[in-house]
Design a protein around this ligand. Sequence first.
Ligand code: ADP
Ligand code: MG
Length: 449
Amino acid sequence: MSISNTEIEKILEKTFLDIKDTVGEGVFELWFKPIKLSSIKDNQLTLEIPNRFYKEWIEDNYPDLIENTVSNIANSHYTIKYKIHERVDSEIKKNENKKEIKRQKLVSRGIFLNPKYSFSNFVVGASNDFAHAASKKVAENPGKTYNPLFIYGSSGLGKTHLLNAIGNELFDRNPSLNIYYKAVDVLTNEIITSLRQGKTGELLETFRPVDVFLVDDIHFIAGKEGTQVQFFHIFNALYENQKQIILTSDRPPIEIADISDRLRSRFNMGLIADIQPPDIETKIAILHKKAENEGLKIPDDVAYFISSRIKSNIRDLEGCLIRLGAHSSLTGRKIDLELTKVVLKELLVDDEKPINADLVLKIVSEYFNIKASDIKSKKRTKEISNARQISMYLCKKTTNMSLTEIGNSFGGKDHATVIYACKQIDERLKGDEGFNKLIEVLVKRIKNQ
Ligand code: ADP
Ligand code: MG
């Protein structure tokens, strides 16, 4: 029996009250309030939203929230479709349709890759070119070059994007390839179920036909011993048959605590590629690329403004653009610096303290309990030299200062001294896990000041 419009209006009203509680008033007013019921057919609700940026924002931030809340309140499962109110540029529409067709093809084969992530929309810069090149190689020649490929980097830097780009490229080249792509928690659940049912042998069998094995966020396997044992068997079976394995993680294998040594050594067997936070040029390029794909025009000063305010997370960078796009489409205002400052007010902290040599000195001197003036002096006791070398290294890492400027800030040392200090620190970082942690802590403190 189909439900009447009045009934569904009531359900929706309750849904949005619930959502307001979940997401908070500010987010609700901005993103959810403009959503209206368009039509209902069987258990599919079509909701009208102002423009495509709303769709993108909701799908990125709360992919299942409306669907789940409606279904709970209605006590029956509903699926949600969006109807976009604005007229969408035909080129963008064509691209969206293409992606949707690919998504359906993938889903029909049980592959849940996201077609929106490709190599062609991945911007390459100094921070990610190694991981990008390795991914490309693997996509061109799976199982033959680097196995496994282990990509690591902090959150929001493009790991999931690259992993999907590899999968998508492999699928485009050979649609009959058996691609396994899952987040590690889904795989973990499959393993746990098989353990509970005593069917681990059967589970292992299901991996026999897999040609390419992609697992996102493998670091979550830490601390789960039973799961690790099974994962180890799956890994070995695939590896021995030269099936390509690609894993991502928020840290390198050596820093994943609580995994068995044999698994760690498996992760280390192929190629380890890191993604670093992007420099400002890469951030600007990403903004322009994304804007171009979305049919938005952003002036250079706006791209520069956003890129210099968003520290490293590319997800946040894109979030700014989506917000701007949503606002500009809704109001018809063109995107300029003035609009940007208003729309992104809460997202961009503009009274941030700049990172400079003084700040680095302050943090290091507090940490080691050594006077900043001693660090800057010519004293050469072990403790002071150590703190000085670390400070110079941190200046190089966290500021845009040149080597000469760094030398000058440390009591007029020359740039060769700075190079020497950085080399010494790099050397120590290679073998010493504890020292790595120390540097990490200091960098965090500097960035969070
Ligand atoms: P991670 O998995 O490392 O947390 P994601 O792959 O989810 O990060 O990336 C976050 C967002 O930033 C995604 O929308 C992704 O498309 C985008 N992104 C990251 N790196 C790049 C890049 N180099 N070029 C274009 N977009 C990127
Ligand atoms: Mg990810």
